[in-house]
Design a protein around this ligand. Structure first.
Ligand SMILES: *Cc1c(COP(=O)(O)O)cnc(C)c1O
Length: 378
């Protein structure tokens, strides 16, 4: 590791542009081989200072809200797609202004807004999200096909008589998965909705494709894309979030104190609940450069954050030497679902956002302070 993390602010998210470009090259090669279009799902990674770079490789952005759509329009300026479980009427004119594709979650939403779309100044492509009632996601929190899910239209609720004006279908049922899960899902989609695809222009495979992971089977993905392209003449879209910035970022932190209560506990200047909420929500244990599992190396301790939440614990780790106050710890894979989800609970400040490339080295893009905490309250 050649980045000098000691010279980054603490705490800070550091994104390595070289690793991001590696991921983007993989995604671009899939676009070139298949003619599909790949969008950045901004909900995973919205570091917009890098959107000009990302826009050189990808076709645009997928957005979950008006604000994400607007950010993608302003900062990348390529295709802007939006999907939301329900749109708010008072935002819809602006959504029309910034979006190229609008995906509806129900036929009632489509009925509600279709006239507005017809009279919009530019042509907007519309889609319906379907629920194929097939997924291999095991955690309920991330399974859009769980019983009573609100995500997408099931086969029983599909309204073929209302498809006039609909250009495509969208599904999103994967989460951190390989292409075998996509292949099985696509069979379910084809079985239930294939008869409608004949009349469509595009299909959107959603996100959750872990394409840039070393063991990802790209050939099966390519086969899935070409199948839809050849069988129905469709333009295929993918909108991965994680895969774009997977393993490209770090969270740099500093040890503030070490206490003992039956085991050694280090308190850091970074918090699980504020700065890496997925550690508690997923939950999972992030990797740290140079650290092992508890007991693996000479000195084991628990790492916790500076908030008052008793459960603000990142996990148990071992190190070659006991940690000391002032030591730096670097958490891995912290570009995704981190800065987009962080918060100022307890008045804890937000980590700086830093970028690294070969010509500029470490560059602090943004630092946050008291005003950022105060601004959201009154
Ligand atoms: C979450 C989401 C994505 C991105 O998912 P990743 O797991 O980050 O790839 C894409 N599309 C939709 C509709 C989503 O909800």
């Amino acid at each position: 590791m050649d980045i000098n993390f000691k010279s980054a602010p603490s705490p800070s998210y550091v994104v390595d542009e070289r690793l991001l470009v590696k991921n983007l090259e993989i995604l671009k090669s899939i676009q070139e081989r298949t003619g599909c279009r790949i969008l950045l799902a901004q909900k995973a990674f919205s570091m917009f200072s890098l959107y000009p770079l990302i826009g050189k490789y990808l076709s645009g952005v997928a957005s979950s809200s008006l604000f994400e759509a607007r950010l993608g329009r302003e900062k990348m300026g390529r295709e802007v797609h939006i999907y939301s479980p329900a749109y708010n009427e008072n935002e819809f004119d602006e959504i029309l202004r910034v979006s190229d594709h609008i995906v509806f979650n129900s036929f009632s939403q489509w009925r509600k807004f279709r006239e507005k779309i017809g009279s919009a100044p530019k042509k907007i492509e519309c889609g319906i999200r379907v629920n194929p009632e097939y997924s291999e996601v095991e955690t309920g929190l991330y399974d859009p096909c769980a019983p009573y899910s609100r995500m997408g239209v099931t086969e029983a609720n599909f309204r073929p008589e209302e498809l006039d004006g609909i250009d495509g279908l969208h599904f999103h049922t994967l989460c951190e998965q390989n292409s075998d899960a996509l292949e099985h899902t696509l069979q379910a989609v084809d079985r239930k909705f294939g008869k409608y695809l004949k009349k469509m222009k595009w299909i959107n495979f959603g996100g959750g494709h872990h394409i840039t992971r070393p063991d990802y089977d790209i050939e099966t993905l390519v086969r899935c894309i070409l199948l839809m392209k050849e069988k129905y003449g469709l333009q295929v879209y993918l909108e991965p979030g994680e895969a774009v910035a997977l393993n490209t970022g770090y969270l740099v932190s500093t040890v503030l104190d070490i206490v003992d209560n039956g085991m050694q506990i280090a308190i850091l200047d970074t918090s699980a609940t504020c700065h890496m909420p997925d550690v508690l929500e997923m939950p999972y244990r992030p990797e740290i450069i140079g650290a092992g599992k508890p007991g693996e190396k000479a000195w084991t301790c628990r790492l916790g954050g500076p908030t008052c939440l008793a459960g603000d614990v990142i996990g148990d780790y071992s190190f070659d030497e006991p940690l000391k106050v002032g030591d730096r710890l670097v958490f891995c894979d912290m570009a995704i679902y981190s800065m987009v989800k962080n918060n100022t609970f307890n008045g804890v400040g937000l980590p700086a956002i830093v970028s690294y490339n070969d010509t500029e080295g470490l560059r602090t893009v943004r630092q946050f302070g008291y005003e950022d905490f105060k601004m959201r309250l009154s």
